[in-house]
Each structure stands twice: as C-alpha cells, then as structure tokens.
Design a protein around this ligand. Structure first.
Ligand SMILES: [Zn+2]
Length: 389
C-alpha cells in the first residue's frame, strides 16, 4: 500500500541525454564503462573536423556543410575582424607579437566586429590575422542557436516539452552540472534533461597516454551518472538514459614542423598563399598558379598526410563550393600533429580532428533502451533521443 502511494507520487518519465565530449568508443570498450546503466552500446562514426562542427552536428543531426560552419577559422580578408590591423603593418613584429598586444588586439577586434560567442585568434601570427574570419558561435545550447537549422532544442520547443539544458556556457564545471541536475530531478517538472559535459575532452588532450589517470576519470563520470540515474528512479516511473559523444581522442605519436617545410619552398605567405595550420590539417588558399603548383607538388611528396579529395569532403559533409575553408585541405595521418601550428605552440598528448575512419576517432552511443533504428553516425543522435521523448 505504501509502495503504491509512493509510485503515484512519482513523475511519469524522464529522458536524460548526456553528451560527454571525447568519450570515444575505444575508451568505452576498454573500460567497459557504464555497463550497469546502459546495455545498448555502439560506436558511431564522427565527422571530419573538430568540435566546432561535431557538437552542432550532434545537436542538429545535419553536417557542417548544411549548417555553413566547419572549422573555426576561414579565409576572408574582406570580412576579417582583424582587417584594421593592416594599417599597422609598419609596427615592428615584436611589439605586436606578445601576450599583451594579442590580448588587446583580440578585445578590440571582437568589439569592432560585434562578434558574439566564442572569439579566439588561437596562435595565428598577428601579421596573418587580417586574412581570416571566424565562424560566429551563438549559444548552441539554446533554441535558435544554429543559424538556419533546427537543433534538438528547437524541436523540444515545437513539441512543447519541458526540458532543461546544462553546459559550460553558464560557467558550470561538469561536477557543478551533475549537482544541478540532481537538484532539478527532485524539484522540477521537466521531462527532458540535456547535459553537455566538456571537461573529459580537456583531460584526455593532456592525459590520454596515462591509463591509470584515464581510468579514474572515466570511473568518476560513471559514478556521477549512476547516482543521477538512482536519484531519477526515486522521482520518475520511467527513465530513459542516452550517453553519447561527438568524437574520440587519438594518442599523439609524433609531431612535424610543417610550417618550416612549406616556408622553405620560398613563397611569401600572405602574398603568394594563405594557410591555416590547424593541428591535424593544413588548409591552403593560393594567389598565383606557380605557388599553387609548387605547394601541391610538395604536399603529394609528404608521407605524413594526404590531400583530402572533393569526393571525401562531400561524403564527410565538409565540402564548401566557395572553398572558404581551404582550396586544398591536407590531413595528417592519425597520431601525427603539426607542431607548432596556428592552433597551439606546444604539442599535446592527445588530439582529434583526424580521419573519421581511425578507430580512436570513433564516438560512442549507450542507452538503457534499444533504439528503433540503430544509430551509426553522430548525425543519428538527435533522432535517436527524440524517438524516446
Ligand atoms: Zn578537444
């Protein structure tokens, strides 16, 4: 009798969707993580690119080329928020290329361009900044966050579901997010709880090669999710849990100084060509045919990577007709990093952004219910979650 009364007081159904950035399928298999919570487990193919397009793909179910976004930086001198810097070309390099001036340049450029959201110049040399624009990022964890596209939050609004979203955007750590959700599970009337947890990604970039530390970190997430599910079981009759990621993490085995290799060809960067050295790819734009031929020839000779064909770019949802993200995209072999690059000065033990076919790049999907249609790609996550609501 007492049990019946308690059961009647419980809310009906909670759908808990947890995006754990960089929780790769290899990691899930190796540590058998979440095995008590989620019987259904599969690897998912990720996209070619970084979190800047992988997370929006998870949220929207469409590829970067359909959302007009891909890597953070693209060639566009006309719209560059840094174009005002061209008037200061006469200023000696050391005066511009230091922490303080970079900070001021970033603040001023952001204000001039009225850029909202994330804004970074990474490690792009100041003299090349006026060539580049940045994909503007709104808060993608809210309705209307993906320009011209429907994210799962737009769908939840449309079907008038009560939901709550948690991410670092509100300044919360993963630990803080778990404690907030546990509180809301008790006190709110929401049916859907969507968590984006970003800190495993940063941890794996730094520690992917340290199995004991990785194991401890993964077990911490497992404990938090287990507590969350137990808490939810006390307050809801039916719990559906989805745990998934946007990509995996590849251990770095070697680095190459590609910048010097290209500079040794003797062409002038900024005049003959422009290049963005992301850590796992080099993206080139050319101002003359001679330079294009020489650099293309050199790229064919380099054994540590390959030029990505248009066919592959189209297959991977990363083909842009106007080539704003690169006339030629050179992708490194998994495990080899361009270092230094225009993304960072120092090497890191782990990186993603390699070929989506590499096993360490594979993302994961785990659930306590078997989906109607098996998800195979991170594009399928939105549909899979919505089908349970
Ligand atoms: Zn990352």
């Amino acid at each position: 009798m007492l049990d019946d009364t308690r059961a009647r007081k419980k809310k009906k159904k909670a759908v808990i969707a947890i995006l754990i950035d960089a929780l790769g399928w290899e990691l899930v298999k190796k540590y058998k993580v979440f095995s008590d919570i989620a019987d259904y487990r599969t690897g998912l193919k990720t996209i070619l690119g970084f979190s800047s397009s992988a997370v929006p793909t998870v949220l929207s179910g469409v590829s970067g080329d359909k959302m007009e976004l891909w890597n953070s930086v693209y060639y566009s001198p006309q719209t560059s928020p840094y174009k005002w810097l061209k008037r200061f070309e006469w200023v000696p390099e050391p005066l511009k290329e230091n922490r303080y001036s970079r900070f001021l340049i970033r603040q001023f450029s952001r204000r001039m361009a009225k850029h909202r959201g994330y804004f970074s110049d990474f490690a792009i040399p100041v003299k090349y900044l006026p060539q580049f624009d940045l994909c503007e990022k709104r808060n993608i964890y809210s309705p209307g966050g993906l320009i011209g596209n429907q994210s799962i939050f737009d769908d939840l609004e449309r079907i008038q579901k009560k939901y709550k979203v948690y991410s670092y955007v509100q300044g919360a750590s993963d630990e803080h997010i778990f404690s907030k959700v546990n509180n809301d599970i008790i006190n709110s009337t929401s049916d859907v709880f969507y968590l984006y947890l970003c800190q495993l990604d940063a941890f794996l970039h730094a520690h992917v090669n340290e199995p004991e530390k990785v194991k401890q970190k993964i077990r911490w997430y497992e404990r938090q999710v287990t507590n969350l599910v137990e808490n939810a079981q006390n307050h809801y009759c039916n719990i559906v849990i989805h745990i998934f990621s946007d990509h995996g993490m590849v251990p770095i085995k070697s680095t190459v100084d590609m910048i010097t290799t290209i500079q040794e060809l003797g062409f002038i960067e900024g005049k003959d060509y422009a290049v963005m050295y992301d850590s796992t790819m080099a993206r080139f734009w050319f101002m003359n045919g001679k330079c294009r031929n020489a650099i293309t020839q050199k790229l064919f000779e380099l054994e540590y990577g390959n030029i990505v064909s248009d066919t592959i770019l189209k297959e991977e949802g990363a083909f842009f007709e106007d080539r704003r993200f690169g006339e030629i995209i050179f992708l490194m072999q998994p495990g080899t990093l361009i270092c230094p690059s225009y993304m960072s000065y120092a090497p890191v033990p782990g990186m993603h952004g390699f070929s989506p076919d590499d096993p360490d790049m594979e993302a994961s999907y785990l659930s306590n219910v078997v989906p109607n249609v098996q998800p195979r790609h991170i594009r399928d996550i939105k549909r899979t979650v919505l089908n349970t609501i």
